[in-house]
Design a protein around this ligand. Structure first.
Ligand code: SF4
Length: 109
């Protein structure tokens, strides 16, 4: 085998294999961000900023309701965004809101 090809093969194996093993060992890609334009997000009135919710369309919405206070939000306290169970684990903003909002039990906040 020519020396250059041999070198490149070894380089790919030595660089690529640890990267593949790291990906396999440490999990998958991070969850995708939920976009307001996502058809399900549109259907449920999701907004990244709770103050932008259409009050005429969602009369149940209250200004103090945000994703970080919702039972379906599994982000950490203080994070700007976190996974939402209503959207398959996609990332929603902590300050967001949608029509599925369900207040977290007080002790879980
Ligand atoms: S279900 Fe809860 S956490 Fe998910 S987008 Fe709606 S309000 Fe936010």
């Amino acid at each position: 085998m020519n020396t250059r090809r041999n070198f490149l093969t070894k380089l790919v194996v030595s660089v690529g294999t640890p990267a593949l093993l790291c990906n396999a060992a440490f999990g998958q890609a991070p969850p995708a961000k939920l976009e307001e334009t996502d058809p399900t997000a549109v259907a449920l009135g999701y907004k990244e900023d709770t103050t932008k919710v259409d009050a005429t369309k969602y009369a149940q919405h209250k200004a103090d309701q945000v994703c970080s206070g919702c039972a379906l939000y599994t982000g950490k306290v203080g994070d700007a965004a976190g996974p939402c169970g209503a959207f398959g684990g996609k990332l929603v903003t902590a300050a967001g809101w949608c029509a599925v909002y369900a207040k977290k039990p007080e002790a879980a906040k």
